[in-house]
Design a protein around this ligand. Structure first.
Ligand code: ZN
Ligand code: ZN
Length: 461
């Protein structure tokens, strides 16, 4: 393709190499202007106000896709489109729980995604307590026949959110383990770090051959209350009513928008977050802020001139319930060259650290990132980047990555609860995120180095 006159002039004016990286001062200017960004707030406010909860595969998520297309077009992105796919859909029903007998009182709980249902009249059964998931795993086969398993854990807040991986297993696999041991139902202590009387939902999985049982999370205060009642030493019975349903295959979709690049051979820079949310809150920190931060940064690069690489913004569908959007994207775009991928899905609090996964040929990119991000208080980590459920399937093919790690200290106070609402977003911290993403995109989308594939050990997304 012949160079356009303006680009030709620009190329002639520059010293070799012909494709220049943006000067550090230019990156700094874009970064600092983004500290006053209003685009990300506008997207987060609009999505949480005009759409609200948007459970994957439902009419609410479809409405969110239409909203997203209109918003991304209005922002001036190119090739704005929806890529649909089919997925199994689970919807919440009634949910009630109570201790019965001499300590009779209600319990605040919520069904986990993919939970089975009780009969319409509910069930009543004795509770068997397990302080940890390992204790549940150690219970003899069939020992829970007809009982309600209750599993606790010791999750605490951490800046890097690292407690979610191990303690989240109570929610992810606890119900299937209890089902295999014959339990009539399972209650877990919410995978959360707050003492609000809000249970935390989230997905659980029953593998083929394991019939789903009713599975619910108690709020942390309710879990501790039930533990104290059990401590009294008498058998404790709980009454439980959960009526969620699997409603079969439905349409979901990924919303895609692009900032076209100059050099089609240089590969696509993939960024984004997920558009769907749990149904209890309005999905402000999970993940309206993530789609907003990444789109705002891409928009700022677009406004500064055409980057070398195409920046593709994807607002993935159906992340919460099993990463269906990420799988569908990787399948649909398997033949394409991705230079690098990065995802924002950990709230809206400030970025404190970055990590990279870059081929040796692109090592200087990480040094330039360190220089550009340091004034925002962001330090260089020594982990191999690769966060993000939605980009996981693309990263698994060896695509390079950058992680911009957000402060997760208070993330699990609100995560997957009715409290995930707009008021939890701190505007200055949201702007710091946009500034970091803008600087990162300015560097990676324009890097003259080839960003090829990366050796990556198999990891569990
Ligand atoms: Zn999320
Ligand atoms: Zn989530």
């Amino acid at each position: 393709m012949p160079l356009k006159p303006a680009l030709l002039l620009a190329a002639l004016a520059l010293p070799l190499p012909a494709i220049a990286q943006p000067a550090p001062a230019e990156v700094a200017k874009l970064r600092d202007a983004a500290l006053k960004d209003e685009i990300a707030w506008d997207i987060t406010e609009g999505l949480t106000t005009e759409i609200g909860p948007r459970l994957a595969g439902t009419a609410d998520e479809a409405r969110a896709r239409r909203w997203a297309v209109a918003k991304l077009k209005a922002l001036g992105f190119s090739n704005v489109r929806v890529e649909p796919y089919q997925m199994p859909v689970w919807v919440r029903g009634e949910e009630k729980g109570a201790i019965v007998g001499s300590f009779a009182q209600p319990l605040d709980l919520t069904a986990l995604g993919n939970s089975g249902a009780t009969p319409a009249a509910g069930i009543e059964a004795e509770v068997v307590y397990f302080p940890t998931l390992a204790d549940l795993e150690a219970a003899p086969a069939a020992s829970l026949a007809g009982k309600i398993a209750f599993v606790s854990h010791a999750m605490h807040a951490a800046q890097d959110g690292s407690s979610y991986g191990p303690f989240g297993q109570v929610r992810r696999i606890g119900p299937a383990i209890a089902a295999r041991k014959g339990a009539a139902a399972i209650l877990i202590r919410s995978i959360g770090t707050d003492y609000h009387r809000n249970p935390h939902t989230g997905v659980t999985t029953f593998p083929q051959g394991t019939a789903p049982i009713p599975a619910a999370a108690l709020s942390v205060p309710d879990a501790e209350q039930l533990e104290r009642v059990l401590d009294r030493g008498k058998p404790v019975r709980v009454k439980l009513l959960l009526t969620p349903r699997q409603i079969g295959m439905r349409e979901s979709g990924n919303v895609i928008a692009e900032v076209p690049g100059r050099d089609a051979k240089a590969g696509v820079v993939l960024v984004g977050g997920h558009l769907d949310s749990w149904d209890l809150g309005t999905g402000a920190i999970d993940d309206a802020s993530g789609v907003a931060i990444t789109a705002a940064a891409a928009k700022r690069i677009m406004a500064a001139g055409r980057p070398r690489r195409t920046i593709r913004v994807v607002w993935f569908g159906a992340e919460e319930v099993g990463g269906f959007g990420g799988e569908a994207y990787a399948k649909a775009h398997a033949g394409e060259r991705h230079a690098l991928a990065a995802e924002s899905d950990f709230g809206a609090d400030r970025i404190w650290k970055f990590d990279t996964a870059l081929p040796a040929t692109a090592a200087p990119v990480a040094d330039r990132l360190a220089t550009a991000l340091a004034p925002l208080g962001i330090t260089r980590g020594n982990a191999l980047a690769g966060d993000g459920t939605d980009i996981g399937p693309v990263l698994a093919t060896g695509v390079a990555a950058v992680d911009l790690s957000q402060d997760g200290t208070r993330y699990f106070d609100y995560h997957h609860t009715p409290d995930d609402t707009l008021d939890k977003i701190d505007r200055a911290q949201l702007q710091q995120n946009v500034a970091a993403w803008t600087a990162m995109l300015a560097i990676v989308a324009n890097a003259p180095e080839e960003i090829g594939s990366v050796e990556r050990p198999q990891r569990d997304h």
